[in-house]
Design a protein around this ligand. Structure first.
Ligand SMILES: NC(=O)c1ccc[n+]([C@@H]2O[C@H](COP(=O)([O-])OP(=O)(O)OC[C@H]3O[C@@H](n4cnc5c(N)ncnc54)[C@H](O)[C@@H]3O)[C@@H](O)[C@H]2O)c1
Length: 374
C-alpha cells in the first residue's frame, strides 16, 4: 500500500520505518524541513535504538522518502502529529487541525478511495467531531461514503519502540465504517497480535485508559515503595512477590467498571495502612484518595437510584452479604457493604417503606434487580 505519514517525530518515524520494512511505500511529511532532510539522507530524526538502521535500509530500498507535501497517490494518510497540553491541561489540537486541512485539500483532488487514520493520541470524540468536519469541509466529500476514517492509537514506548511496533500488546482500529477498518487492518496482517476493530471513540478511550492505568500503577508502586522503605522492608522483594499473583493482582480481576468495593477487608485494611503511613510521616496521596473515591461512587449510585423515582429497589449482591459464606475470594469485597451503604442511604431495603401508600413487603434479597453501574 502507499502511505503518507504526517509528523516525523517518534511515532511517525517509527511507523514510517516499520511500515516500509513491511513492504509498503511510505512518504513521510513534516512541516520541519530538518526532519524531511534527515529522512531523505537516510538518517533518523529522533534518537531511538535501532531506528537509524531501519530508516537507512528503508530509504536505500526506495520504499521510504520524505517531503513537505503529500504524495498525491497514497491509499492511506496516517496522522502522527503532536497533541501536547495547553497550559490548563486541555489538549492542543492545532497541529492535528492543520494536518486535517492539508489532507482535506489533497482529498479534494483524489478520485480513488482513501483512508485517513488518526494515530496521534486524542480524546474520545476528537476524530468524529474535529477531524471529520475539517476533512469534509476541505475536500467537499463525505466521510464513510467518499473516503474512510480510522483511529489507530500507538502503544510504543520510547527506547523500545521498534520492538513494541512489531510485537504490540494488541492492535486496535476504531473505524467509521467496515471499509475504512478493512483497509487499515491490511497494514497489520503481518503483526502477531490480536486485532480489535471497534468504534472510533472506543479506540480513542482505550489509549487513555492504558496511559492513565500505567501512570496509576507506577504511582501505586512508588507510594507503597516509600512506605516499605520506612518500615525497613525491601520494596522490590515485596513487589516481586506481589506480581507473582496473576490471579488477583496482575490480572483482569477487579478491572471491570461497576459498583463500589466494600466488605470486611478492603476498607479496614486501607484505613490501617493509611494510619501507619501517618505514624511514619509518609503522605501517599493516591492511596489516601481511594476511600474518598469509593464513597463518591456510592453516592453516585444513590443519585442514579433516587433519580429513577422508584420506591422499591432490590440490590443484587445483598444475597451474598446476608446468606453466609462466600463462594470465592473474588466476590467477597466487591460491593457487599457498599451495596448496603447505598441501599441504606437511599432508604431502600427498608421493610417499613410503604409503596404507594400501602404497606410494602420487604424486597426479597434474591430479587433479580441490579444496582446501576456507572
Ligand atoms: N512519543 C511516544 O512515545 C508516543 C507514544 C504513543 C503515542 N504518542 C502520541 O503520538 C502523537 C505524536 O507523538 P510524537 O512523540 O511522535 O510527537 P513529536 O512531537 O515527536 O512529533 C510530532 C511531529 O509532527 C510534526 N508536525 C506538526 N504539525 C504538522 C503538520 N501540520 N504536518 C506535518 N507534520 C507536522 C512536527 O514537526 C513533529 O516533527 C502524540 O499525540 C503523542 O501523544 C506518542
Amino acid at each position: 500500500m502507499r502511505i503518507d505519514i504526517y509528523g516525523l517525530g517518534y511515532v511517525g518515524s517509527v511507523s514510517a520505518a516499520c511500515l516500509a520494512d513491511s513492504g509498503h511505500e511510505v512518504c513521510g511529511i513534516d512541516i520541519d524541513p530538518n526532519k524531511v532532510a534527515c529522512i531523505n539522507a537516510g538518517k533518523s530524526p529522533v534518537r531511538e535504538p535501532g531506528l537509524p538502521e531501519h530508516i537507512a535500509a528503508a530509504v536505500e530500498s526506495g520504499r521510504l522518502h520524505a517531503s513537505a507535501t503529500p504524495s498525491g497517490d497514497a491509499d492511506v494518510s496516517m496522522v502522527c502529529v503532536g497533541t501536547p497540553s495547553n497550559e490548563n491541561g486541555s489538549l492542543r489540537l492545532d497541529y492535528l487541525q492543520r494536518t486535517m486541512e492539508d489532507i482535506g485539500d489533497a482529498l479534494a483532488c483524489r478520485d480513488s478511495y482513501h483512508v485517513v487514520c488518526v494515530r496521534s493520541t486524542v480524546l474520545p470524540g476528537t476524530t468524529e467531531c474535529v477531524a471529520v468536519p475539517i476533512l469534509e469541509q476541505h475536500s467537499g466529500k463525505k466521510a464513510g461514503r467518499d473516503f474512510g476514517i480510522c483511529m489507530n492509537p500507538e502503544f510504543l514506548r520510547e527506547g523500545s519502540s521498534i520492538q513494541d511496533y512489531r510485537c504490540p500488546p494488541f492492535t486496535i482500529i476504531g473505524e467509521l465504517d467496515p471499509r475504512s477498518g478493512e483497509t487499515l487492518a491490511a497494514l497489520y496482517e503481518t503483526i502477531p497480535a490480536a486485532l480489535f476493530r471497534t468504534k472510533l471513540r472506543v479506540a480513542e478511550m482505550v489509549k487513555y485508559a492504558a496511559n492513565v492505568y500505567h501512570a496509576l500503577k507506577i504511582t501505586f508502586a512508588n507510594e507503597l515503595g516509600v512506605l516499605c522503605k520506612r518500615l525497613g522492608l525491601d520494596s522490590r522483594e515485596v513487589f516481586r512477590i506481589f506480581c507473582e499473583d496473576k490471579k488477583l493482582n496482575i490480572s483482569p480481576a477487579y478491572l471491570q467498571p461497576g459498583f463500589a468495593f466494600g466488605g470486611s477487608c478492603l476498607p479496614k485494611d486501607l484505613r490501617a495502612i493509611l494510619y501507619k503511613a501517618k505514624e511514619l510521616d509518609v503522605e501517599p496521596p493516591v492511596l489516601r484518595s481511594i476511600l474518598a473515591s469509593n464513597t463518591r461512587h456510592i453516592e453516585e449510585a444513590f443519585r442514579l437510584v433516587k433519580n429513577t423515582g422508584k420506591r422499591r429497589i432490590a440490590i443484587l449482591g445483598f444475597l451474598v452479604a446476608c446468606s453466609g459464606p462466600l463462594p470465592d475470594a473474588g466476590t467477597e469485597d466487591a460491593g457487599q457493604d457498599a451495596g448496603i451503604d447505598a441501599g441504606a442511604d437511599a432508604g431502600v431495603g427498608d421493610a417499613g417503606e410503604p409503596a404507594s401508600g400501602s404497606p410494602a413487603s420487604p424486597t426479597p434479597a434474591s430479587a433479580p434487580a441490579s444496582m446501576p453501574a456507572s
